[in-house]
Ligand binder design. Sequence first.
Ligand SMILES: Cc1cc2nc3c(=O)[nH]c(=O)nc-3n(C[C@H](O)[C@H](O)[C@H](O)COP(=O)(O)OP(=O)(O)OC[C@H]3O[C@@H](n4cnc5c(N)ncnc54)[C@H](O)[C@@H]3O)c2cc1C
Length: 482
Amino acid sequence: MIRLPTASTTHAHPPSAGRRLVLQGGASLALLQALGAATLTHLAAATDAEADTPPPAPSRWQNWSGLQQATPARWLTPADEDALREALARTQGELRPVGSGHSFTALVPTSATLVSLDRLAGVVDIDPVARTVTAWAGTRIQALARALDAQGLALRNQPDVDVQTLAGAIATGTHGTGATLPALHDDVVAMRIVTPDGRVRMLRAEHEPDELAAARVSLGALGLVTQVTLRVVPAFNLHRTVWLEPLEAMLAQAPALAARHRHFEFYVLPFTGYAAGIRHDVYTGQDLALPQPADEDVLGDLKALRDWLGRFPALRQWVAQRAIDPAMREEARHRSFRLLSSVRATRFNETEWHVPRAQGIACLREVVRRIEQRNEAFFPIEFRYVRGDGAWLSPFHGRDSCSIAIHAAADEPWQYLLSDFLPLMQRHQGRPHWGKLHSLRARELAALYPRWADFQAVRQRFDPQQRMLNAHLRQLFGVAAA
Ligand SMILES: Cc1cc2nc3c(=O)[nH]c(=O)nc-3n(C[C@H](O)[C@H](O)[C@H](O)COP(=O)(O)OP(=O)(O)OC[C@H]3O[C@@H](n4cnc5c(N)ncnc54)[C@H](O)[C@@H]3O)c2cc1C
């Protein structure tokens, strides 16, 4: 076992004598648990917790990280679509839909009416011939994935966590990783939306292609999505490999790895000179094995290194490099939905930008340099690949992209996620993840989205009274306060 160098070799004091550093041999699973990949135990625990969650009480609301908060005057939790329509007919003023509250931006907060479709959850219909599933909008991704698996089907890809609602995930362009794989909304072939006036609109790819292109990524600004129909694929198993690589080598190989593997991503471990690669490929063998649970706390150890040596970046890197086992490698083979999504135990705030594919690595280099000028940073930086699509407000509209996600612990300052990276991302034509922290406003956004005006026209038709806009959406869309 490799141990942190002692005080006598580093002239500094480790947080606890002999404590194992997260990145040494055998601890890679901990890295994944902290950053993403679930064990069966963790996944099951999360599933049960989510399933038992009662409809939200009509009181204070906050998002997953605690950054966004609201005290809505009314909280609608209709049991079915008719109840939703009746409830909408009885309300006036601002309306905001909420999913599982996993967005970091202020898309949801309202002091007026918050609408949760948690009770409109579950599969409506699976068409095994057309390979589509229709589900209620409040269905959690994990529940959908399990229901599909029981029918021999699967989602094409999944995000890092699977507790989001279907409508909530789609509304912000939620994505996983894979150079040839688009974000979830690209598989949407139909949606059912109740507009604020109580009308039901059915949007189908073959009949209402423009409205559907607007609704695929809508930020919840067109109305209440009640049902979604998605293309799915036959269930498949994946083989996961996790390994450590010196950062420069990872950056050099990344485009080739992305081309070679169905899913490839990596995490830059700041102040270490290393990155952790994660690849998943289709596995057709019989030898299924989930990773063994591990008890190490990777983020805790990276944080301890920061707390201990934050003011001495060179020393911080020197210590980390001696504790890392570059030969570390881990394998797992299981159902796609069991390996692609996971539980995030540590709360954080996050910004994520999507840049044109060709600029991804150059942009990441600048991000790493910038992060390593901030001694207080310790969270790994996530780098993923997403295929382009045609949804009007998709951050991947018309271009294959690389996604760069930067995190700060939920109980630590996060404002630098906005100030430090905005000019850098603008230089690389970055588009922000709608659900993750950014400070772009209507004028800048309009310049990034060629179908911006078309989206606003559909929005005006669906919601002429602008009831779906809260303060954040008014800023995004350049609409004056009511
Ligand atoms: C730990 C963590 C991990 C994450 N991992 C990823 C990842 O791997 N990839 C990625 O792309 N993103 C990721 N995200 C971001 C997350 O997927 C998005 O912010 C997503 O939109 C959250 O879905 P939600 O159900 O929580 O919706 P909310 O955050 O509650 O709402 C999101 C938007 O959807 C709208 N909405 C919700 N329900 C409806 C409805 N029925 N009709 C109309 N509009 C509706 C809301 O008004 C809002 O505009 C992550 C977030 C967290 C906290």
